[in-house]
Write a protein that binds this ligand. Sequence first.
Ligand SMILES: NC(=O)C1=CN([C@@H]2O[C@H](COP(=O)(O)OP(=O)(O)OC[C@H]3O[C@@H](n4cnc5c(N)ncnc54)[C@H](OP(=O)(O)O)[C@@H]3O)[C@@H](O)[C@H]2O)C=CC1
Ligand SMILES: O=C(O)CCC(=O)C(=O)O
Length: 478
Amino acid sequence: MTIKKNYIAGEWVEGVSTTRNVNPADTSDIIAEYATADAEQTKAAVDAARAAFPAWSQVGIQQRSELLDRIGQAILDRKQELGELLAREEGKSLPEAVGEVGRAGQIFKYFSGEVLQMRGELQPSVRPGLDASVTREPLGVIGMITPWNFPIAIPAWKIAPALAYGNCVVFKPAELVPGSAHALAEIIVEAGVPSGVFNLVMGPGRVVGDVIVNNTQVDGISFTGSVATGRNIAAAAVGRMAKVQLEMGGKNPLVVLDDADLNTAVECAINGAFFSTGQRCTASSRLIVTEGIHDHFVEAMVDRLKTLKVGNPLDAATHIGPVVDERQLQQNLNYVEIAKEEGAKLIFGGEQLQLETEGFFQQPALFVDTTSDMRINREEVFGPVATVIKARDYEHALELANDTEFGLSAGIVTQSLKNSTHFKRHSQAGMVMVNVPTAGVDYHVPFGGRKGSSYGAREQGSYAREFYTTVKTAYTLA
Ligand SMILES: NC(=O)C1=CN([C@@H]2O[C@H](COP(=O)(O)OP(=O)(O)OC[C@H]3O[C@@H](n4cnc5c(N)ncnc54)[C@H](OP(=O)(O)O)[C@@H]3O)[C@@H](O)[C@H]2O)C=CC1
Ligand SMILES: O=C(O)CCC(=O)C(=O)O
């Protein structure tokens, strides 16, 4: 089997060992072997990025724009093939995977245009005869540590703005999904990125990630993943005064009010809670439903769940693919047990499924009769597990929606302009959805949350410049 290499200082280099990329829908299917870097190789990547930074930061915006456009186009041209690779290594259904690849391509295209929109400010000084200008400069070397659930879109929304604004990149993908990361790296290299400007370093978080986080030559760290890892990264980064941006978990509520269109409510809940196997930080894991519609909604949800097929993501009939690995599956199954022990009533699914192939399949789980204080309503499961919490009325539903340490995404299904407007204003989440699922976002507007979900500047859209640039104020005697 060919070994896919790391890309460090303009060269494809072997690692100190290799890891196997296993298909979670069929563990006999080994996608490829990937190089694993050690601390020394990771340091070499950081050094290469540092050395490349002075020249790259001075490259004109036309050249950077064209590079990003070529990368975006190459991704779009290979959408189907890369989608199949992604579905094979991560497990989301093929349409979702192809959609994610398309999104990654569009992100590079977007930043190809966005880099041409760089602007500063010129203001009169409060001191007569002076001008004050405010401009943005690249931050420097950016370390990117990404999770397994969006193996190409999340790297894209970190790498594209980093390169657009003149930074150099050291990219460490999650160990479970090196395939999409490697394919993206090949595209970036083929598009003509200068040596050292972009580096791919595959390997374990506790080795490669740790070097990136603690290396004083890394000016900024952009991380998406678990709260526990995010907290540790933030502590280390702030300790050495590096800039840091974290996107972490969610316990996102979808509020369904009595006046909701039932079909819209069910489709939002099914999509938000169970598509992509529930492995989205924006997943609707808490369905908060008012009394008048509760029983109809639960009944319609069970009917709809019965129509969903769990299976191989490459099979056109599949709606829900496997869980990403054995560890995540065990975590999901444990939470199903915890919820039952807490007194929640399991009315659909939850069990592991044995299909034709050896994989990590789970029937989506729906719990009713749950309360806000239960662990199942407080901790992120990150799988196809959702609960229903009954609310007396809108005010109670809002209170329950905000009763969480997280604040990434929140949704409401209602026909009331008054209540949806109130919800948009009073939801303690970074992203609010009205009559649409809590998951599934645009690439040209900010992405991020409040409370325990996010830390630092927002990602995506023009707001990404806040993290990837640093501001300079200059005074000139006119
Ligand atoms: N918000 C989100 O989008 C995501 C949330 N999660 C949550 O996290 C749980 C666990 O998933 P998991 O993949 O283990 O998440 P992690 O937070 O451990 O992994 C995310 C990234 O951080 C890296 N990493 C791990 N340890 C360190 C470290 N000490 N220093 C620097 N980088 C590190 C990982 O590398 P490596 O893969 O090599 O370990 C990976 O690239 C899930 O069950 C889910 O609840 C998971 C993924 C995405
Ligand atoms: O919902 C989306 O489109 C994005 C979700 C996401 O970024 C995540 O789960 O990490």
